[in-house]
Design a protein around this ligand. Structure first.
Ligand code: AMP
Length: 474
């Protein structure tokens, strides 16, 4: 079975051949004919299933005939990394069509975007906040939009973008094709789907279970031994490209530095980096300059590295959905991958929830020769307070709500608290909570408040009261 069966426009088919796709993925098999037929689609698909081409190819097929230089397709994405990734894929697939795709997101100069919009674009891949800025300034004309794609709708909700999305919908032509993709289907997303989609065809690759090409393992360990165990795992595992997840930005930075010190080609991705440094870290990970990337859930959104061989959860995620998202980074498009999770005694309830979603028990492993008996140090350096950040006069609302910003965002404001949403032992100590206060201070500042911060980092965006700060930060 190959892409020829879809009878895509020859110029679009030429793009498929240029990027080297040979066999359509299951979501592509289901979605492409439906989208070509002009129907609305609700796609339940996780990262790594090939969903970008699933909506991108039929969209290009539709756009390739018709007028040029007007925005005829709008793709909304929750983070700038995802927007860049979609734009890259669409640009590669459209290389023979002379259709132009551009990105629009916050945290970068708006004038460059205005210039590109003036020059004429056929497809705009946008994060909602900055797109609204363009709408209110009259620098974008969306009156010719024929196709709307809402990608990672559940993440859009988690990050508090639904009100912005609704505002955007109001300026779009009523007659259009709507395609919505989401890895999970919480009630708010189901409601949104009812509002937006007209008699949609649902295409579903798997429920919330991660790709079958991923094998999972748990490594029970004391909190204080996580870093030595991580080193031991890396030493004894044949890895190509490893994505490590931590609960906080501080920890991502710290683990990244420790790995680098130990001689690994490692980098970390955390919200406080400037846009240039983020891009350099992402590019370096993609092109193999870095073998290891350490990141939080929010920072890692949209990372597309097809060759990731291992995802290691240094900290267990807060929800089974977040686990699925993380694990979606490995085993992409039918490649196999391994997912290792370091777990402490406090993580048992979350492990059970994850196992329920997977539908099977995850293997518990011990690393041969590793000394599990080393007692915790009296003063736990691993969870010492983060370096103090400059005091800000006005704290974003989230900072007063007593929850770690990243963790809360990953969990989603509208979702019920998950059983066993665990914190590391350090987090409940006075030192630990001070650390998190420091994190919040840095992490939840309004998007524009630090150089390069922007959309996709709005960890506190969903909290009422933070909206104003968020808007002002664009
Ligand atoms: P996505 O889920 O759209 O982020 O795609 C995940 C990865 O799979 C990307 O690196 C795509 O380039 C790749 N991919 C998508 N479709 C195919 C295909 N039919 N064959 C091989 N790789 C694909």
């Amino acid at each position: 079975m190959d892409f020829k069966q879809f009878n895509l426009h020859p110029k679009v088919q030429a793009g498929v051949e240029a990027v080297g796709y040979q066999t359509p993925t299951p979501i592509q098999l289901q979605a492409i004919p439906t989208v070509i037929a002009g129907q609305d689609v609700l796609g339940l698909a996780q990262t790594g299933t090939g969903k970008t081409a699933a909506f991108g190819l039929p969209m290009l097929h539709r756009l390739v005939e018709g007028s040029r230089g007007q925005v005829r397709a709008l793709v909304l994405a929750p983070t700038r990394e995802l927007a860049e990734q979609i734009n890259e894929s669409l640009t590669a697939l459209a290389q023979q069509t002379r259709l132009k795709s551009i990105t629009v997101y916050g945290g970068v100069n708006i004038n460059t975007q205005i210039k590109k919009l003036r020059e004429g674009a056929d497809i705009v891949v946008a994060c909602p906040g900055r797109l609204l800025d363009h709408i209110s300034q009259g620098t974008i004309d969306l009156s010719k939009v024929e196709v709307l794609v809402l990608d990672e709708a559940d993440q859009m909700f988690d990050m508090g973008f639904l009100p912005d999305v609704r505002k955007i919908l109001r300026v779009l032509p009523g007659k259009r094709q709507n395609l919505m993709f989401s890895a999970t289907m919480p009630d708010d997303i189901r409601r949104l789907a009812h509002e937006i989609l007209c008699r949609p065809v649902t295409v579903q690759v798997s429920r919330t279970a991660p790709a079958a090409t991923v094998s999972h393992a748990l490594y029970p360990v004391g909190q204080h031994l996580k870093t030595p165990l991580l080193f031991e795992l890396l030493k004894h595992t044949d890895t190509e490209s490893v994505l490590i997840f931590t609960k906080t930005k501080h920890r991502a930075k710290r683990v990244g530095e420790q790995l680098e010190k130990a001689g690994y080609k490692a980098t970390s991705l955390q919200g406080n980096l400037s846009q240039n440094r983020r891009q350099a870290a992402l590019d370096g990970f993609r092109d193999g300059t870095y073998q290891i990337m350490v990141a939080t859930d929010i920072a890692a959104r949209g990372i597309d590295v097809s060759l990731i061989s291992h995802v290691i959860n240094y900290d267990i995620p807060d929800t089974p959905e977040a686990y699925t998202h993380r694990i979606g980074r490995t085993g992409r498009a039918a490649k196999t991958g391994d997912a290792f999770t370091l777990v402490t005694g406090e993580d048992e309830a979350m492990v059970k929830s994850i196992e329920r979603v997977l539908g099977s028990k995850i293997e518990r492993r011990r690393v041969e020769g590793f000394d599990y008996t080393v007692p915790p140090p009296k003063k736990d350096a691993e969870f010492a307070r983060a370096p103090r950040e400059p005091q800000r006069k006005k704290q974003p609302a989230a900072a007063t709500q007593g929850k770690p910003a990243e963790a809360k965002s990953a969990q989603g404001a509208g979702r019920p608290a998950q059983p066993g949403s665990s914190r590391g032992p350090g987090a409940s100590r006075p030192g630990g909570s001070r650390q998190q206060a420091g994190q919040r201070q840095g992490g939840n500042r309004p998007a524009g408040a630090s150089a390069g911060a922007g959309e996709g980092q709005r960890a506190g965006a969903q909290r009422p009261g933070n909206q104003a700060a968020r808007r002002s930060g664009r």
